[in-house]
Design a protein around this ligand. Structure first.
Ligand code: SF4
Length: 375
């Protein structure tokens, strides 16, 4: 019978409780099997954690009462919970999630809806955070200015998706359609947790969002790009490029000094030949910095490394950053050069300007201590 897993003589205090959401899916199954539970119970608990967003065993109503109470003594469920939200005029919503733990860290996630003319939601994109702060220090990025504090667990990443997915269903009558790992942190610097979060997000017993609708963005960590090529995942890879020659890239992205464009090219080619997947380059266009004809021509060369497309992103100015959003005439000239060279390029207008939800703007502004919010 199922109670056989309980080590009866142990008191709750003596048992080192297992953090269930720190376990991978297979780790969770192994742990529950070691307690004598059948695999269907593992599926039920997984579904409660990652699809229904349960914060306690009490909520798991299809588990026997005794099992729920035993689990309470054996394990804990940590949950990144919504702390606050701000809604923009254009429908973009920025969330602050409080992580479970003594450190009181908070991270941001953003919901970006696109609507048909009749107001029905067409595409609902969620931008998630993977770290508290970031160690890569890109000069245009508010998160980079915070410094690095810690990486999120896969559970904390999935919690953002799961909570926003529920809101999306309530508010727009449909699930979120796309996920981008472009919030706070460098996803490939938190490699294992990010990969596990992708597996859970796309699991039919989790949020069940197709991998082809998930995009992971990186500043160009070449070792991890190659590693990702071996993962057999159907996700999209985006490279945060932002400058098309080493000299300029060094100025705004310190990582380029050790991992330059030559190393990036090698990793990107490896990734493409292993996966046959097209890439996206993200290029924030800054006024009179990376927006000249020569920059566009350099970008064309990069776009030809492997089949790819380019997202030109309009920067939302960040306080204390001298780089500014490109002017329209310079943007148009830059785009003309790309288009004439048959490069696939689109311009992404910024969203959520009034709530600082744009690319490069995510950071906990309310805190006085680095990385901590005191709101
Ligand atoms: S742009 Fe990305 S990698 Fe660079 S500092 Fe910001 S969060 Fe980190």
């Amino acid at each position: 019978m199922f109670v056989s897993y309980v080590v009866m003589e142990n008191t709750a205090k003596e048992i080192n409780k297992k953090d269930l959401k720190a376990l991978t899916k297979s780790g969770l199954s192994e742990f529950l099997a070691s307690l004598g539970l059948k695999s269907y119970r593992s599926d039920q608990i997984f579904q409660w954690l990652y699809q229904k967003g349960a914060a306690s065993f009490d909520e798991m109503t299809n588990l026997p009462k005794q099992l729920r109470s035993d689990m309470e003594n054996l394990a804990v469920i940590k949950k990144a919970a919504e702390y606050s939200r701000q809604e923009s005029k254009d429908g973009t919503i920025k969330f602050l999630f409080k992580l479970d733990g003594p450190d009181d860290y908070k991270v941001e996630a953003v919901l970006i809806p696109d609507f048909y003319d009749d107001g029905v939601a067409k595409r609902i994109t969620v931008c998630v955070s993977s770290q508290v702060g970031c160690m890569f220090g890109c000069s245009f990025c508010a998160t980079g200015k915070m410094g690095y504090f810690r990486s999120l667990t896969h559970g904390e990443i999935v919690d953002q998706v799961q909570a926003i997915n529920r809101l999306s269903e309530e508010k727009f009558g449909k699930k979120i359609t796309n996920i981008v790992y472009m919030g706070m942190g460098e996803p490939l610097h938190n490699y294992k947790a990010v990969m596990e979060s992708v597996r859970i997000i796309s699991d039919p017993l989790g949020p069940d969002i197709a991998q082809r609708r998930i995009t992971i963005s990186t500043v160009g960590l070449s070792k991890q790009i190659k590693q990702m090529a071996e993962e057999n995942l159907g996700v999209n890879l985006a490279i945060s490029l932002h400058a098309a020659d080493d000299e300029k890239r060094n100025k705004i992205m310190p990582i380029n000094e050790s991992l330059n464009l030559e190393k990036l090219e090698e990793a990107v080619r490896y990734y493409y030949y292993k996966t046959d997947r097209h890439l996206t380059y993200e290029y924030l266009l800054f006024d009179e910095f990376n927006d000249t004809e020569q920059d566009a021509r350099n970008l064309v060369k990069i776009a030809r490394w492997v089949p790819s497309k380019i997202n030109i992103i309009m920067y939302n100015d960040v306080a204390g950053v001298t780089l500014k959003r490109v002017r329209e005439d310079r943007l148009n000239r830059f785009m003309r050069t790309l288009v004439r060279q048959n490069v696939t390029a689109t311009v992404r207008r910024s969203r959520g300007d009034d709530i600082d939800a744009g690319c490069g703007q995510l950071a906990i502004r309310e805190g006085t201590e680095r990385g901590k919010s005191i709101i």
